[in-house]
Structure formats: C-alpha cells, structure tokens
Write a protein of this length. Structure first.
Length: 279
C-alpha cells in the first residue's frame, strides 16, 4: 500500500521540468565498520531539487535541528529540551551536499568537532550506460556503472523522471537515480518517496572554504587529540577546573572527563571507518 501511495504520482512526475521543485527521499543503508560487516545502519536522506541544483542531507538531522530551534527562547534552552532531543536523536550522517548545475560545482559542508568546513569540487563521473533494464519501485530503470573514489557502483536510473541527479554526489545520467549501490553492497541508496518541494532553511554561513587535504588534516588532528578545542576554550576564559556530570549521574574531574571523552571519540572513529570515499 505504501509503495503504491509513494508512486501514485507517476503521471505528474513524467511531466517534471527543471523549473519545478521536488523532494526525493532515499533510504541510505550502510555498513559503518569494515571490520564488522554484519553491522548495518540506515538513515533517511532528502534530495531537494530546484531549477538551479539540489541539496542532499539527513532528514533525521533536520528534525533534530528543528527541535533545538523550536525549544530555544530569549532566556536560553527551554525546560523541555531533553524531551525534544530524545524524540529526534542525532543523525548518523552529518554532512550536507549541494550541487550547483549552473557552475557544475559540488559543494560539501562538513563539520569537524566545532569547526565547519566547505569543500568545492568539480566532479566528472564517467558513467558506462548498459542495455540492461529492470522495474524498480514501479519505474522502468536502466543500468549504469561508474567508479568513484575507490568503489565501483551499479546505478539504476529512470528517464520517466527527467532529472539528471541522484543521492550523495552522484548525478549526470539521463534521468533520476532510483537505486545505486557499490558492488560490495556496503553503501546502498534506494528511492522511497516523492513529494512537492518543502522549503527547508539551512544556515551555511559559518562554513569556511578549505581544500580536501586541509579537511583531511583537520579530521586527523581531531582524532589524535579530540579535546584540544576544549582546553583552548578553558584557557581563553580562564577556567582552571571543571566537574562534569554524565547523563547517568557519574561525576568526572577535568582529567577524568578528558580521558573518557577522548576514548569515546577515538573509538567512534575506529568503529566508523568504512567511508563512502576510500581515497
């Protein structure tokens, strides 16, 4: 029933043009740890398209950010903030990707700790379009393959939706990508919903332009010493000692808290080592 409802707009979609605005929802299924491939995570991702390009990001992240914004007032954080954040947990995918079709730019907005970075790329995907076809989500799709950043992908696109785009940084085919997965099936995107464009406000003004190598170095520095920024802030504001309390009520001295947080953050990176881009 859900599948029928999602794609009842077939006739409307066939009349789409770039001047119209639509939101496509993808289910992103991925294996975060290359050493434990039995573990699988999922995230609902939105691809918001208008006449100039597209914006791709986690719908879970947007819900959380909206909950935070709605619970803020002139006096600070309202008393029901913990309820809102439990209702809308932290998204597993934090980056935002925009494609500008006018300049042929792919812009990635990526957070590292409290820093916000922007990487501008010009990406050429050398698609090989085959003759194989299949019905996927009620759409007649055609197979295309590509290699990108150390992985080989199989993509199924449909010209019933004449939009040359897809999830993540993928696009450039003569139709929307309905499904794409790497050949090892460690990263999979599947189209799950289509609706009229919803206006989502994203504040990207705090992101500073960097190169890919500068971004990678920032990540490496953060993994090596996750608490360096906290020490800098304490020194700046003359804070000599703090006692921190975790949600379970455990109290930590400065040194204990720094050690605990460093261990958790470094463990998280070790357990999330299976990036989409391998090189």
């Amino acid at each position: 029933m859900l599948r029928k409802t999602i794609f009842i707009v077939t006739l409307l979609i066939s009349l789409l043009s770039f001047s119209q605005k639509y939101n496509f929802t993808y289910l992103y299924t991925f294996k975060p740890d290359s050493l434990h491939l039995d573990k699988t995570e999922t995230e609902l991702m939105g691809l918001f398209i208008d006449k100039n390009g597209s914006t791709y990001f986690s719908l879970t992240k947007v819900k959380r950010d909206s909950a935070i914004a709605q619970n803020m007032n002139s006096g600070g954080v309202s008393s029901n903030m913990p309820v809102s954040l439990n209702t809308f947990p932290q998204g597993k995918v934090r980056g935002i990707i925009q494609k500008d079709w006018r300049s042929n730019e792919v812009i990635s907005y990526l957070p590292v700790n409290t820093d916000r970075f922007k990487i501008i790329q010009h990406i050429t995907l050398n698609w090989q379009i085959g003759t194989e076809t299949a019905m996927i989500q009620g759409k007649k799709c055609q197979l295309a393959t590509v290699e990108y950043k150390g992985r080989k992908y199989n993509a199924w696109f449909t010209n019933e939706i004449p939009i040359s785009d897809g999830p993540y940084k993928f696009g450039g085919l003569p139709g929307l990508i309905v499904k794409i997965e790497d050949t090892k099936k460690q990263h999979i995107w599947e189209l799950k919903g289509i609706e009229k464009f919803r206006n989502i406000k994203l504040n990207l003004s705090a992101y500073i332009p960097v190169t890919e190598s500068q971004y990678k170095k920032a990540v490496e520095d953060y993994i090596r010493d996750p608490m360096s920024r906290m020490r800098e802030l304490k020194q700046r504001y003359g804070i000599t000692s703090l006692t921190s309390t975790s949600p379970d009520g455990t109290s930590y001295s400065d040194a204990e808290y720094e050690k605990m947080r460093t261990k958790k953050i470094q463990e998280s990176f070790r357990e999330n080592n299976n990036s989409i881009e391998l090189n």
